[in-house]
Design a protein around this ligand. Structure first.
Ligand code: ARG
Length: 268
């Protein structure tokens, strides 16, 4: 509760001054690593589903911003490469790596054994957990198990979808799947479902920013295991993965990561 409350507060604070901080941060960003001898710094195309505040979303100027964007941009500066973020639908995103359309995926992606079979992940850069949001007037949900006889909205193909499938059964019509998390939460707002399940940072952020709908969140740390976000690259792209991991080490070591974490979530 306290962590989430802290997160929410800082997200509120951000709404007012995020842009300015962004600009300042860019101006004072550490000098990028020197390009390889004789060569230009390589630019990689990054796929992200920018409907996932505060991790990746579009600001008033339609720029893709967020925690993941700041982290990967800092990682790239340390790792000696450039990044270009491209808004990419979540569904079909994983296939863009082998297709060669995207070099890196940065989208609050949970590292799972199943996904590891088809792509390679960086070292983890964030810990998350599933969180339940329940609609106005839904009083009888105290834990995940209480969703058994409920209608639940999820984002298709996410770890939220997976946990709800386990509880309700894959083909249960009570699971309503949406192509983005905001669409799933809109369904909850409108009363089309009783609950929504998704990553804690995103669900908490949305509920806090839409208080008029009377949604509340329910934590269940017994039912939901911690999840770890990683940046994904095409299977076997060791050259790029090594650069990303070196960058992650560097931003964790010199305090850059903590600074970005604080900007979005307040202190730990
Ligand atoms: N962490 C969850 C997963 O990997 C949800 C990620 C969804 N990300 C997004 N940008 N829509 O399945």
């Amino acid at each position: 509760r306290t962590l989430l409350a802290g997160m929410l507060l800082s997200v509120f604070a951000l709404a007012g001054c995020g842009q300015k901080q962004e600009a300042q941060q860019q101006a004072s960003a550490p000098q990028a690593a020197a390009p390889a001898a004789g060569g230009e710094m390589k630019e990689y195309v990054v796929g992200t589903d920018a409907s996932y505040a505060p991790f990746e979303f579009q600001n008033d100027k339609q720029e893709i911003v967020g925690f993941d964007v700041d982290v990967l941009t800092a990682v790239a500066a340390k790792g000696g490469f450039k990044v270009k973020f491209v808004n990419t639908p979540w569904e079909g995103m994983f296939a863009t790596l082998p297709q060669g359309d995207r070099d890196i995926l940065s989208s609050a992606i949970t590292i799972t054994d199943e996904r590891k079979q088809s792509m390679d992940f960086s070292d983890p850069y964030f810990e998350a957990r599933q969180l339940i949001a329940i609609g106005k007037g839904v009083a009888d949900v105290k834990s995940f198990a209480d969703l058994k006889a409920k209608k639940v909205a999820v984002q298709t193909g996410t770890t939220g979808d997976e946990v709800v499938q386990k509880l309700l059964g894959k083909t249960n019509p009570s699971i309503k799947r949406f192509e983005s998390m905001p669409l799933a939460l809109k369904e909850l707002e409108g009363g089309g479902v009783d609950a929504a399940v998704g990553d804690n940072g995103v669900v908490a952020n949305y509920v806090a920013n839409n208080p008029q709908h009377g949604m509340v969140t329910v934590e269940d740390t017994k039912s939901f295991a911690p999840e770890y976000y990683g940046f994904a690259v095409n299977k076997g792209n060791k050259e790029l993965l090594d650069k990303i991991n070196a960058g992650i080490k560097a931003v964790k070591a010199d305090g850059t990561y903590d600074q970005i974490f604080k900007k979005y979530f307040g202190s730990k």
